[in-house]
Design a protein around this ligand. Structure first.
Ligand code: AMP
Ligand code: MG
Length: 411
């Protein structure tokens, strides 16, 4: 078992062990937010035919060559075509076909003129100026052309993309299967927020913050509930969770106190411990184990520590299982907006918010940085990565940062 390893090593070890994305199909109504598991190539043109963008007359441009106010071109209107119907006749010289918006361009016509620009009397239409061939025609394939790859594997389905798939007649959409993440909280003191708060107890925030994060990512959280600090109970619930989910997350009970029994429970199950403890603050006691090709990640119970380690260690795994190309948090450099007065013996991640001013990224701390404080996570969209052995930090100095909280999901 590895212990006290660098974060990057923990990330790589687990990314190598996590199985790749699985595939399924969804309908158009269920597609938004899902990730494409295959490239989508269109087998039709969109629009499928040359068509009229307006209500008007389709004709041959050469018939209008000498048209003027005093010498209008006069054409015989031989047919009227509504959107959704196909012209029966062809346009030949001296004739025009009335077309509505969306109607197919009649054969023989090479231009369309709008109603407002002509005079119609009986079956005759008068035109007062010469037209250029090709004007006012929407060409087949103007939007997408037959054979074109309209979206690539790994793309998140957005509302316009769902519309485009509908537009090319794709109704069974190949997507990555929803990743099922089981979350269970350990701790004798932890109770459900719906219960009455009694002395010594604390409401379970981890289950809900991490469950909400899974939902935001497009994964399916399975809330396994709260388990007391008893080895047998933890063994039973983790075993249950392993049957239901692709990935199991626990919170609490991973330090070295008398009742920190998640590591012992994992060994009891027969799981291989991949590592225990990562060289970072907060959240260092994180433990990772593998059983039957599935990973179990035990996070600290402290709400901010649990959230930050989830962000840096668990989210990349979910992203891999969801088929995302970029799994690791995006790194960038920024200018620190505030002083941070503590020295950092160990590598430390500080909660902050990034703001761009005159093309420079500034990161401002979002509040109290202790392990248990969740309030400063609320406005946090980046973590400042402070190397081990740093002294106090001063506003204005350059720092390294990573994007978190799902803020890089659509980048
Ligand atoms: P532990 O990791 O079990 O040592 O817990 C660390 C701290 O986090 C303790 O103060 C716990 O009471 C608190 N804690 C543990 N689990 C939760 C939870 N699910 N929600 C909120 N606080 C928790
Ligand atoms: Mg505990």
């Amino acid at each position: 078992m590895r212990t006290g390893i660098p974060l990057e090593e923990a990330q790589t070890l687990l990314l190598d062990l996590i199985p790749p994305a699985k595939e399924c199909q969804v309908t158009l109504d269920n597609a938004v937010g899902r990730v494409l598991s295959q490239d989508i190539q269109t087998t039709i043109n969109l629009p499928p035919f040359d068509k009229s963008p307006l209500d008007g007359y389709a004709l041959q441009a050469k018939d209008t060559k000498d048209a003027s106010i005093s010498n209008p071109a006069i054409l015989n209107v031989v047919e009227e075509v509504r959107a959704g119907y196909v012209p029966e006749k062809q346009v030949i010289s001296g004739t025009a076909i009335k077309v509505m918006t969306g109607a197919p361009l009649p054969k023989g016509a090479d231009v369309i003129i709008k109603f407002e620009d002509v005079n119609r009397t009986g079956n005759k239409v008068e035109l007062f100026y010469p037209l250029k061939p090709g004007c006012n025609i929407i060409r087949a394939g103007e939007d997408v052309c037959r054979g074109e790859v309209i979206a690539q594997k790994g793309t998140v389905l957005t509302p316009p993309l769902v519309g485009l798939l509908a537009g090319i007649g794709v109704t069974a959409i190949p997507v990555v299967s929803k990743v099922k993440v089981a979350i269970l909280s350990t701790g004798d003191e932890v109770i459900d927020p719906a219960e009455e708060l009694t002395p010594g107890k604390i409401y379970n925030s981890n289950l809900h913050s991490l469950g909400a994060y899974c939902s935001q990512l497009g994964a399916a959280p399975l809330t396994i509930g709260i388990v007391p600090d008893e080895e047998a109970a933890i063994v039973e619930r983790i075993t249950q969770a392993l049957e239901l989910a692709d990935l199991v997350i626990t919170t609490g009970g991973v330090s070295v106190g008398d009742y920190d029994i998640v590591p012992a429970a994992l060994k009891k199950i027969g799981a291989d411990i991949v590592f225990w403890k990562v060289d970072m603050k907060p959240g260092s006691p994180v433990i990772a184990a593998r059983y039957n090709n599935k990973l179990i990640i035990g996070l600290s119970g402290n709400p901010a520590a649990a959230f930050i380690t989830f962000d840096l260690i668990v989210v990349p795994l979910i992203k891999k299982m969801m088929g995302f190309e970029n799994k690791l948090p995006l790194k960038f450099s920024a200018i620190l907006g505030d002083d941070f007065n503590k020295a950092s013996d160990q590598r430390r991640f500080l909660r902050a918010k990034v703001q761009k001013l005159n093309d420079i990224n500034y990161v401002k701390l979002t509040g109290e940085q202790s392990n248990g404080v969740l309030k400063s996570m609320v406005a946090c969209n980046v973590l400042i990565d402070v190397p081990a052995g740093s002294g106090p930090l001063q506003a204005g100095q350059e720092v390294a940062a990573v994007m978190v909280g799902g803020s890089d999901l659509l980048l």
